[in-house]
Design a protein around this ligand. Structure first.
Ligand code: ATP
Length: 356
């Protein structure tokens, strides 16, 4: 079993609280990302799991084993936690060839020569570096060096792998390739991975679940789809993908929830789904809608009308800006009728979320 459990985990440096009361269970064989802007506490949380930082309060379990508890005065040192780590600056040793780089942790553990060779060759094949044992890091591409670092972490057969922005030194194309490779290795060997990134596309592409952090606090925990389609607050909606935020006023009329835009008094009220307004069903809300969920139609087919102010052809989509009263809405259209600059268009809102 290689689940990881965090209970009431907090960390303060002096009187600055950088991780605030995280409760989380990372399942066996799960790929979970810590995502959030710079300084939100991702690395600090990872370092506490690895055993490089002592929590201020709370407990950490790896498998069934309690490895860190302030209250019970338990602290298992990093080398006894059986976790593999790969950091941002994946430091492979320049004076050692690939084999020696990967064998290094086994050498420290005084593993016999035969077993060492067998294990190194096995992980090199996993990361597709067979045949490159004798090369030195300067004879490898960035992506290959990255895989050496991964292999060095994997050779200890850890229950859990902790990866901190491991792709940040690579160019865009390699990053994307490595995403697939890491995900593939994880599937094949079934290791639990906790992955730190500030790149939402990376987290979306790789993760089973994402823990989105901001200001030391958990903003949402869920699958990439949950975060994209059902963001729990405005920060999450804004951080993941593109979204429009528009102020609306909601009032109940004859059992229907009617919304109007204060910035566009000429737009007639339109009905919003009462499920979206929650308990506090009347009053001011923020209407949040992704650009692909706004459909442009002919002005006769919708009472909500705007004017096209920008139009950019992006190959697979047309990226429009449409003025609606004093606000501007971004619209991404992948098919359907084309509209021109200055043209009056009808707007149709498909799935959206309302925030109080
Ligand atoms: P980044 O993406 O920039 O690495 P992060 O989310 O990983 O950010 P952390 O490295 O966990 O953020 O840092 C969280 C906060 O804690 C930051 O404000 C940072 O300055 C602070 N911090 C981290 N380590 C220390 C330390 N040893 N002493 C004091 N403050 C620290």
């Amino acid at each position: 079993m290689s689940k990881v459990v965090l209970k009431g985990l907090s960390k303060s440096f002096g009187d600055v609280n950088v991780v605030n009361n995280i409760d989380l269970e990372i399942k066996d064989h799960e790929f979970l990302s810590f995502l959030g802007p710079s300084g939100c506490g991702k690395t600090t949380t990872l370092r506490m799991i690895a055993g490089f930082d002592m929590p201020t309060t709370g407990e950490i379990f790896i498998g069934e084993r309690l490895v860190s508890s302030v209250e019970k005065k338990i602290f298992v040192p990093p080398e006894e936690r059986n976790v593999g780590m790969v950091f941002q600056n994946y430091a492979v040793w320049p004076h050692m060839d690939v084999f020696k780089n990967v064998a290094y942790p086994l050498k420290i553990k005084k593993t016999g020569a035969e077993e060492m060779k067998e294990r190194v060759m096995k992980v090199l094949s996993m990361v597709k570096l067979t045949g490159m044992e004798k090369r030195y890091p300067h004879q490898l591409s960035g992506g290959q060096q990255q895989r050496v670092a991964l292999a060095r972490a994997l050779v200890m057969e850890p229950d859990v792998m902790l990866l901190d922005e491991p792709l940040s030194n690579l160019d865009a194309k390699l990053r994307e390739e490595m995403r697939f490779e890491i995900k593939d290795i994880q599937r094949r060997i079934g290791v639990t991975i906790i992955y730190v990134t500030h790149d939402q596309a990376e987290a979306m592409a790789m993760s089973d679940r994402i823990l989105l952090l901001h200001n030391a606090r958990v903003q949402q925990l869920g699958t990439p789809k949950d975060l994209y389609e059902r963001p729990e607050n405005q920060f999450v909606a804004d951080f993941i993908g593109l979204i429009n935020f528009l102020k609306i006023d909601v009032t109940e009329r004859e059992g229907r929830m009617m919304a109007s835009f204060p910035s566009s008094p000429e737009t007639p009220p339109f009905e919003v789904n009462p499920e979206n307004t929650g308990k506090s069903s009347e009053g001011g809300f923020v209407f949040a809608i992704r650009p692909e969920n706004v459909k442009l139609v002919s002005p006769d087919s919708s009472s909500i009308r705007g004017k096209v102010t920008k139009k950019v052809y992006l190959g697979n989509i047309l990226d429009y800006r449409v003025a609606l009263g004093k606000e501007e809405i971004r619209v991404e259209a992948s098919s359907g009728e084309e509209f021109e600059l200055g043209q009056t268009v009808g707007l149709r809102f498909e799935s959206y979320v309302l925030f109080k």
